[in-house]
Write a protein that binds this ligand. Structure first.
Ligand code: ATP
Ligand code: MG
Length: 565
């Protein structure tokens, strides 16, 4: 497990860049890029890549381009193009005017393909996609050459131009690089460069009916943009030889590709292919469902962008894949919100309290501190009256030994208010359920201290019933019960049926009336919450971002003990 680090740790990518700066390899420049494919929403794995690419560029006084690798029109959508940009901005990064699209380079890529044909390095193939796969061979067996591999250049050129002109049906022809069908690297066994696809593209419309494969486009796009360090995940390590081959054949500028291990996060899946199934099959309520590991989901859940950036820094970059515990991300969220989220009181599962010795109809104002972590945050008035709600969990009729909160005959402190003593328990005669507590308060304990020095063992939260506002509160649990669902046979079999619990009405102190969508609060003792965009003036909706329990510290403790024993 990766340990939290206070400052950006040196890593192997920084070491490579610093060496390149020392030797002047790229003229002292650092130009990176973030190249998403617009075929889904961004997830926390992408955040790792975004923080890395934009972060390195900033640290070494270079810049980072934003480029959509939009080479597959059938899976791409303008909704994704827009959400991806919004999410990167939200995360706190800016690409100025350097927004590019692989599709802007289609004409150049086409011209380069003709050049390879003319140089005898590419050919038009008539094998079907299935045959191509079959001819490719395996890791232990070499591939077989296509019967169309040795067509004359003129014929290849003529066929390729007619492919572009739309003379052939989809799937009938491809353009392939002529490399080596016996190469131990399968990527070099005559990879497909172009396929025919009669699909309109979100940017080029119907201009093209042939589209470049990602592997044919990616390296050349980096080259066109003068990228110095092309940072990608480990699965592209075996593709590097192919990218290099293309650049060498074309005789154009070479960026340095560097691979790092992708982020895997526990109890979720990080792949658009899987996330899209959750959305389309209705297992979640859209890409921005607060249970999703997407940036849109995390924003709605109430994870501050600074917490996600800190998380990405703490996990570091390496070459070996591991599974990072979700508890570390939650730790970062809690740590960030703790600094500035105002504290308020609310009761999720209300139990009514009547204070028998408090005058009927009277309301007094108490003073509550907005954030003990931040003296500048000041205080606010809190109404107190004869009828309150407290948390059902804070009362037990027959308490076990270590339960120190309210019980018959016992006294507790009401946060920012008075000592309260439970005198009588009222039950529903039919069900036996506790429905109300009859209590007394001690007016001499205003502010929470008894002048006679007597102590209580617990402080509980509360709201004044008449002034409290009702709210819908959404509580979340892990989306999957398995720690690594993607590593199982059927990831959807491990969906957690209890990942969402909706409570209505919860009761909140009146200062929350009209709270703006996206604003953050700590409900004392209950967790950090964020106002959902579904909120209406007559129905506030809160999402719980995280509880206050630090599961990460516990994990670290368990790990330490494991190492000791
Ligand atoms: P997915 O498997 O979720 O579809 P992808 O790699 O196909 O991911 P892209 O849109 O191509 O998605 O990714 C854009 C950039 O984000 C790439 O440079 C990719 O390497 C990086 N990236 C994607 N997933 C992760 C991850 N889990 N950890 C780190 N970087 C990632
Ligand atoms: Mg991809």
């Amino acid at each position: 497990m990766t340990k939290p680090e206070p400052t950006p740790p040196p890593n192997f990518i920084r070491a490579i860049i610093e060496e390149d700066l020392r030797t002047g390899k790229f003229g002292g420049r650092v130009i990176t890029r973030f190249p998403p494919e617009p075929n889904g929403y961004l997830h926390i794995g992408h955040a790792k890549s975004i923080c890395l690419n934009f972060g390195l560029a900033a640290d070494y006084h270079g810049y980072c381009n934003f480029r959509f690798d939009d080479t597959n029109p059938s899976k791409e959508d303008i909704e994704y193009v827009e959400s991806i940009q919004a999410d990167v901005r939200w995360l706190g990064f800016d690409w100025d005017d350097r927004l590019y699209y692989a599709s802007d380079y289609f004409e150049q890529l086409y011209a380069w393909a003709e050049k390879l044909i003319q140089d005898g390095k590419a050919y038009v193939d008539e094998l079907s996609p299935e045959e191509i796969r079959e001819y490719r061979g395996t890791l232990t067996e070499p591939g077989r050459e296509s019967p169309w591999r040795n067509r004359p250049v003129a014929e290849n050129l003529d066929l390729f131009r007619r492919m572009r002109a739309g003379e052939f049906p989809e799937g009938s022809l491809t353009l392939r690089a002529k490399i080596d069908m016996a190469s131990p690297n399968l990527n070099l066994r005559d990879p497909v460069m172009y396929r025919i696809k009669y699909a309109p593209h979100h940017r080029t419309g119907t201009t093209w009916c042939i589209y470049p494969m990602y592997d044919w486009a990616h390296g050349q796009c980096d080259s066109i943009e003068g990228i110095t360090h092309s940072i990608c995940t480990m699965e592209y390590e075996d593709h590097r030889a192919l990218y290099d081959w293309y650049l060498d054949q074309l005789g154009i500028y070479h960026p340095q590709q560097i691979e790092f291990a992708r982020l895997n996060l526990s109890h979720t899946v990080l792949s658009k292919r899987r996330l899209i199934q959750l959305v389309q099959e209705g297992h979640v309520n859209g890409w921005d469902d607060p249970r999703m590991p997407t940036l849109a989901g995390m924003r709605r859940r109430g994870y501050p962008p600074a917490a996600i950036r800190t998380f990405c820094e703490r996990i570091g970059v390496g070459k070996r894949e591991n599974l990072v515990d979700m508890a570390l991300l939650e730790f970062c969220v809690r740590e960030e919100l703790n600094k500035w989220a105002p504290r308020v009181m609310g009761v999720l599962r209300p139990l009514k309290v009547i204070i028998e010795n408090y005058p009927e109809g009277q309301v007094e104002e108490l003073e509550a501190i907005n954030n003990p972590e931040d003296p500048q945050a000041g205080s606010r008035p809190l109404p107190f009256s004869r009828e309150l709600y407290i948390e059902r969990d804070d009362f037990m009729e027959d308490p076990p030994k270590k339960f120190y909160r309210l019980a018959p005959g016992r006294e507790v402190r009401l946060r920012y208010a008075f000592f309260l003593k439970c005198e009588q328990v009222i039950k529903d005669s039919a069900t036996g359920e506790v429905v109300e507590l009859r209590c007394t308060y001690d007016p001499a304990t205003r502010g929470g201290q008894a002048p006679d020095g007597r102590q209580v063992k617990a402080t509980i939260h509360w709201v004044s019933a008449a002034q409290a506002i009702p709210a819908e509160v959404r509580l979340y649990d892990r989306l999957f019960t398995h720690h690594h669902p993607a590593a199982t046979e059927d990831f959807k079999a491990h969906l957690n049926p209890h990942s969402l619990e909706v409570i209505y009405p919860a009761w909140l102190e009146p200062s929350l009336a009209g709270a703006a969508s996206g604003s953050h609060y700590q409900l004392e003792r209950l967790g950090y919450f964020c106002v959902d965009p579904d909120s209406r003036t007559d129905r506030l909706v809160l999402n719980r971002s995280v509880t206050l329990r630090d599961a990460w510290a516990k994990l670290q403790e368990v790990e330490k003990q494991g190492k000791r024993s």
